[in-house]
Write a protein that binds this ligand. Structure first.
Ligand SMILES: *[C@@H]1O[C@H](CO)[C@@H](O)[C@H](O)[C@H]1NC(C)=O
Ligand SMILES: *[C@@H]1O[C@H](CO)[C@@H](O)[C@H](O)[C@H]1NC(C)=O
Ligand SMILES: *[C@@H]1O[C@H](CO)[C@@H](O)[C@H](O)[C@H]1NC(C)=O
Length: 453
């Protein structure tokens, strides 16, 4: 397998908030003159939380000694995409509103980016996976049977409380119903990856996000895991449904958050999750968020077309249309690695791309359009056209490029063909080094260039 690196185009000058950059440089210099710098440490200010790719060097979940073949990691991660896309499609296609955690539903290992948070009083450090397509947060708790990593200990928190089965939140996660006499805590079971499952209690405790505290944050405390491998991290649901972080923090964050995902190659906690309207880019292009009442947690946008270089790719409008009844359309997701288009759309993009780049073309992992890297000078940019917003992908977001000099690949793929999916998913690799603002309050999504490697 080839060892690849992302293609870097130095002329792509990021849109940045220079005042903030100046301030953080100032502090970085100040700190570096007084203390030895821990390259894996991260600063955070106000409501910013640092974000790191899960398999990067400074991540506690990086078990491999870094062999430098991060692209193999990307390819391995991307090999889980078809299951993730199937899962998202199964959510999107549901005819009835589904619970934020529906028992019997498949939830997949989508651990791509993690944030550091603290839970309880005093705060206990935990790592949680960012997931924009789920609502509920869950965390492995102490005493958990089958959990493998750091757990949260409710006993040592003075602000911990469980939720009674009669509370409306319990109904929302489809907890087991209350016994006919008396009451009990809210238990729920979640099936996982087909053959595995976990059981959890719905609880609440203080949630520390950088310098902010959310008192009484409701989340699932995992008590036992059976079968397979439920991911060792907690999961932070950033969807837009009723149990998500956004919905539980409206008074604090007004339904707004953004993230900048660093490259998978990035070692450090250099990405950020910003919660609330303060500190978001002031001028940013936006596109409306579309609401699918059948699946309230997903972030749909109106993708109206695609260009390869100057060529507008011919795609039948029906293939791009948003349809809440079938789940068709395009979502932005933080848990899929490479962008997946339904087969006819992907084929049209790929064919146009191949027309403009010299072959021959070969395949590598999920990528079916790899070519001699010497041709990168003529590689066309790819533009996603949304209502009110054109996103021209920086080349590092559309190509995976060989440092050993031989190969570059178009870093996108077709949706799995065996599920007849009608959903397009804009994924991590295409979101690197962009500030993506989810403004649920005003029902819009903003995108600006920002270097956060
Ligand atoms: C939930 O899991 C527990 C423990 O594995 C089991 O005893 C219980 O029957 C399960 N309940 C449901 C509704 O699946
Ligand atoms: C948290 O919820 C508990 C139980 O409903 C309540 O007694 C307490 O006052 C709440 N705390 C805050 C800070 O809202
Ligand atoms: C998406 O954009 C197309 C083209 O501008 C428009 O016809 C369609 O109504 C839009 N769909 C939604 C749901 O806004």
């Amino acid at each position: 397998m080839q060892n690849l690196n992302t293609y870097y185009e130095l002329s792509q000058v990021p849109a940045m908030d220079f005042s903030r950059l100046t301030i953080s440089l100032f502090f970085a210099l100040l700190i570096s003159t007084t203390t030895a710098v821990d390259p894996c440490a991260s600063e955070s200010d106000s409501s910013d939380l640092s974000v790191i790719p899960i398999y990067s060097k400074c991540s506690p979940f990086n078990k491999q000694t870094n062999s430098g073949s991060w692209v193999n990691t990307v390819i391995n991660m991307a090999s889980k995409d078809p299951d993730r896309v199937k899962y998202l499609y199964s959510l999107a296609a549901q005819k009835t509103p589904s619970a934020p955690v529906a028992s019997g539903q498949r939830v997949l290992n989508i651990a791509n980016y993690v944030v550091r948070v603290k839970l309880g009083t005093p705060g206990q450090l935990l790592f949680m996976v960012l997931d924009t397509s789920n609502d509920v947060a869950w965390v492995p708790c102490s005493g958990c049977t089958g959990c493998s990593s750091t757990t949260f200990s409710p006993k040592t928190s003075t602000t911990y409380g469980s939720l009674d089965c009669s509370m409306p939140e319990c109904t929302q996660v489809r907890g087991l119903s209350c016994p006919s006499t008396g009451s009990s805590t809210c238990f729920f079971n979640q099936s996982y990856g087909g053959d595995s499952s976990f059981s959890a209690t719905l609880v609440r405790d203080s949630f520390h996000l950088a310098t902010d505290v959310l008192p009484n944050y409701t989340f699932g405390c995992i008590n036992s895991i059976s079968g397979g491998s439920v991911p060792p991290q907690g999961l932070l649901g950033l969807g837009r449904g009723s149990m998500s972080l956004l919905s539980q923090s409206v008074s604090l964050y007004s339904g707004v958050f953004s993230y900048c995902l660093p490259s998978f190659k990035s070692y450090y906690f250099s990405g950020s999750l910003k919660l609330g309207p303060l500190g978001q880019p002031r001028s940013i292009r936006t596109t409306p968020l579309l609401r699918n009442p059948h699946r309230p947690s997903l972030y749909y946008v109106n993708l109206t077309g695609l260009s390869v270089g100057r060529v507008w790719v011919p795609i039948a409008p029906e293939l791009l249309a948003f349809d809440p009844n079938t789940g068709a359309g395009t979502i932005i997701d933080s848990g899929t690695v490479i962008t997946r288009f339904v087969v006819p759309i992907y084929s049209a993009i790929r064919d146009e791309f191949r027309k403009q780049v010299k072959g021959p073309f070969s395949t590598l992992g999920a990528f079916d359009t790899c070519f001699a890297a010497g041709n990168e000078g003529i590689v066309p940019t790819i533009t996603l056209h949304f209502t009110g917003l054109d996103l021209t992908l920086p080349l590092e977001n559309s190509l995976i490029h060989s440092s050993s000099g031989s190969l570059a690949c178009l870093a996108m793929a077709a949706a799995p063909s065996n599920v007849n999916s009608v959903l397009n998913v804009i994924a991590n690799l295409q979101q690197q080094n962009l500030r993506i603002v989810f403004d649920v309050a005003n029902s819009r999504l903003g995108i600006a260039r920002e270097l956060c490697n």
